[in-house]
Design a protein around this ligand. Structure first.
Ligand code: 5AD
Ligand code: SF4
Length: 446
């Protein structure tokens, strides 16, 4: 029997959390742990958690109850709760969940080895100290669930926007940027390993900045430096705040072939009065002006968004403005949510969560239906056109079908026996559904 301890990590929530789990995996493999996908074989179980909505937290609480049983079978098993719920609930999590050994906030992952040592012999421990500097810049992430083609690079942490509904500034702390050199080194390493797509990650990537002597880097120049590493590397980014999208950034995307033509630009609401209560710092008109600018400089740009319905005080008219904005922009894709009140946020303190659950449900159904039509419309416009697709998977339904993404971030499925994973192919779109483009290969590239 091997004496190597085994670590099982389960991750919930946003890409940032998945990226953090790769940092945690790196820290623990250096300590001699081996990763396992078999939870029953684990000596250590980590759950990296999300607090963005109440239902995300409930799901995690239900899931971790299942670990109690595993612990009764193997008393030496250690269980840790990481991420946003750890930060938000702190020691309370240890009190409520007696079988949990560690609670570790997003800026305290370097402390995990010490905490594990000290908690041996059943001492519960928490570290939820937030940092002004931590970016884990020097830690080379261990890629989890990787296809060897696309990877995420975290370029900054935290958020200073304090949108009224959002718990993130409380759970992930102040905004800080990572040194551009360590970002470039990580990207170079991925390129040398054959990766062909990186997504630069942050809560608000547009406010990335680094100044040190003569070195001045903003988000547009950072993206350009990453894109210049290899013409075969696709560069994407997530997430942008509409108030910070500069002309310089849009122009940079327009003129740089390997920075993908796709924007995820969360609007949250189409109503200026709702946006004001959300503290988003832009109006409907300002948002639409940015969209017009993007469409004029990058006519084939993919556009997606996040929308919240049923925010505090949202009237039928205000909701109608969200509907009309969706019609006006014609997003390719949208993530849509019912407002969920989060403790300690400005909205929780200042406004009543007064839109009835039933109304939230109706509004959500309405925009989901509309988005399905919009997605279908957008896909229909692509029929007949040819796209460069980065092949990233073999279809689950049929071994003769493969799929990949277009520059605009749409999924394209096509018949192929010859294409390689990680290869660029040109695919002519022949038909579509609301969710997918379907086509045939017309050319094999590098
Ligand atoms: N309730 C519902 N949705 C929320 N989001 C953030 N906070 C809340 C909340 N309290 C959504 C926003 C954000 C996305 C990541 O989650 O749309 O862009
Ligand atoms: Fe939350 Fe607003 Fe920061 Fe996004 S920009 S993480 S919505 S506070």
């Amino acid at each position: 029997m091997s004496s190597t301890k085994k670590l099982y990590i389960e991750t919930y929530g946003c890409q940032m959390n998945f990226s953090d789990s790769e940092v945690v995996a790196s820290i623990l493999t250096k300590e001699g742990y081996q990763l396992t996908e078999d939870i029953k074989a684990a000596d250590l179980i980590f759950v990296n958690t999300c607090s963005i909505r109440d239902n995300a937290e409930k799901r995690v609480i239900n899931r971790i109850q299942e670990f109690k049983h595993l612990k009764s079978l193997k008393p030496s098993l250690q269980v840790g709760i990481l991420g946003c719920m750890a930060e938000r609930l702190k020691e309370n999590l240890l009190q409520d969940q007696k079988f949990v050994d560690l609670v570790v906030g997003p800026d305290a992952y370097r402390d995990i080895p010490r905490m594990l040592n000290e908690s041996m012999g059943s001492r519960q421990m928490a570290n939820t100290i937030l940092s002004e500097e931590e970016t884990y810049a020097d830690i080379a992430p261990v890629r989890l669930d990787s296809n060897g083609i696309s990877a995420f690079i975290s370029i900054m942490r935290g958020c200073d926007n304090y949108c009224a509904y959002c718990v993130v500034p409380f759970t992930r702390g102040h905004e800080r940027s990572r040194h551009p050199r360590s970002i470039l080194n990580e990207a170079k390493d991925l390129v040398s390993k054959g990766y062909r797509e990186v997504t630069l990650l942050g809560q608000n990537v547009n406010s990335y900045h680094w100044e040190e002597g003569d070195l001045k880097v903003n988000f547009a120049s950072l993206m350009k430096m990453v894109a210049d590493l290899s013409p075969l590397l696709r560069v994407r980014f997530s997430t942008s705040h509409p108030k910070d999208i500069s002309d310089e950034l849009i122009e940079m995307i327009a003129v740089t072939p390997n920075i993908c033509n796709s924007f995820h630009l969360p609007v949250q609401s189409g109503s200026s009065s709702t946006l004001k209560r959300m503290k988003r710092n832009y109006t409907r008109e300002m948002y639409l002006e940015r969209i017009t600018k993007i469409k004029s400089l990058i006519p084939d740009c993919g556009l997606s968004t996040d929308i919240i319905v049923g925010y505090c005080g949202e009237t039928d008219e205000e909701h109608g403005e969200t509907v009309s904005l969706m019609q006006e922009v014609g997003y390719d894709f949208a993530f849509m949510f019912k407002y969920s009140e989060r403790p300690d946020t400005l909205a929780a303190k200042k406004y009543a969560d007064d839109v009835p659950e039933e109304v939230k449900g109706k509004r959500l159904d309405e925009i989901i239906k509309l988005q399905q039509q919009n997605s279908h419309q957008s896909n229909l416009k692509d029929v007949g056109k040819t796209f460069t697709v980065l092949v990233d998977s073999v279809s689950k339904r049929s071994k003769t079908q493969m799929s990949g993404r277009t520059d605009q971030n749409k999924v394209m499925v096509f018949d192929s026996l010859e294409a390689r994973l990680g290869q660029y192919v040109q695919v002519k779109c022949t038909h579509c559904t609301a969710a997918t483009l379907l086509g045939e290969i017309v050319n094999y590239l590098e």
